[in-house]
Design a protein around this ligand. Structure first.
Ligand code: XMP
Length: 319
């Protein structure tokens, strides 16, 4: 059992020796691993770090603000926020197939990231938030079959052609250690305890074709659900929780009239490794409050359902 301070001091030494006076690019996704990687690098080499955050228009409510506040305002980092919302949304126009969505998002992401990285002179290194379980899963090799699956599942997975040398300061750590390290480095709780969020973002939670209107509906419902989980202390008791916008309209009543509107599905799971998962037994009153708030506040939604499927055979995401 080693102390976090010792780890930090040693990592700082190693990073300084490794990168010298070159600049290091660090992609931020809004998730824990990339945030902790960036915070550690900033502690070690300060202004030599350039952070890139791609806003793909598929993020949750408040996500891009949290990254800006944390890294630009608080850490005073050189943060490059790329507003690529229109590029992603126009590339996704008319696309309904889940794997197709992933492919397009992955490709546009690499193009956008690459273009921004070229604006950073003297960059020789690219930092990635690879953790110990990712290292063992891929048999220590950076490109084994398991790594291929992982890359597909991870925004951090940028191709070698970018021409950078990799820096992976979290490779010896497990998730709980990364969280402790993040806290130690001064990251806010809301970042350190964040649930994982898929690279393709809300695109795989907005079933069928993606439109700005549907994304707005989903974002609104999702933030209400997460708020209810936080307030009741259930956010940390679930491994992942979110709303899904179904491509289903159903009949409702409002006053004297009939409505025919969208359905939101709520999903919350318990899991250790995300390979298998069980649905969370959320308290009834929590579900009731989330449902009422969503139906009363989110325009165009008249029905909320709760997903009680375990993985397998269902996956955690719906697409
Ligand atoms: P499933 O839906 O396969 O998800 O049970 C398992 C975990 O992986 C996440 N996930 C993804 N993450 N890109 C990612 O970066 C993806 O395409 C992707 N698909 C699923 C999912 O959120 C869950 O944590």
């Amino acid at each position: 059992l080693w102390k976090m301070q010792t780890f930090i001091e040693r990592s700082i030494e190693d990073l300084k020796t490794r990168v010298g006076t070159s600049r290091v690019i660090c992609g931020l996704s809004g998730g824990v691993d990339s945030a902790v990687t960036a915070a550690l690098l900033l502690r070690a080499i300060g202004h030599q770090v350039a952070c890139i955050f791609v806003d793909n228009g598929l993020l949750r409510e408040g996500e891009s603000d949290l990254v800006r506040k944390t890294f630009r305002d608080w850490f005073r980092a050189d943060l490059h926020v790329v507003d690529a919302k229109d590029r992603f949304l126009s590339a996704l126009k008319g696309v309904t197939d889940p794997q197709q969505k992933r492919k397009i998002i992955g490709k546009v992401f690499i193009d956008v990231f690459k273009a921004e990285a070229q604006h950073i002179p003297d960059a020789r290194f690219l930092a990635q938030g690879t953790l110990y379980p990712d290292v063992i899963e891929s048999g220590g090799a950076a490109d084994g079959p398991a790594a291929t699956i992982k890359t597909h599942h991870n925004v951090g997975g940028l191709p070698k052609e970018l021409g950078f040398e990799l820096v992976e300061p979290l490779r010896d750590l497990f998730k709980d250690e990364v969280r402790r390290l993040g806290t130690e480095l001064g990251l806010p709780e809301s970042l350190v305890w964040r649930h994982p969020f898929p690279g393709p973002g809300l695109a795989v939670r907005c079933l069928g074709e993606i439109t700005p209107e549907k994304l707005a509906t989903l974002r609104h419902a999702d933030v209400i659900f997460l708020d209810e989980l936080e307030r009741s202390g259930w956010y940390r008791r679930t491994a992942q929780a979110f709303a899904v916008l179904l491509p289903v309209q159903s009949v409702g009543v409002m006053g004297d009239g009939r409505t025919y509107e969208d359905t939101i599905a709520l999903r919350a799971v318990q899991t250790d490794d995300f390979m298998t998962a069980d649905w969370s037994r959320l308290p009834e009153d929590l579900l009731a409050r989330a449902s009422t708030r969503i139906i009363n506040n989110v325009k165009g939604v008249n029905r909320v359902v709760y997903d009680i499927s375990s993985k397998p055979p269902a996956t955690i995401e719906w697409e």
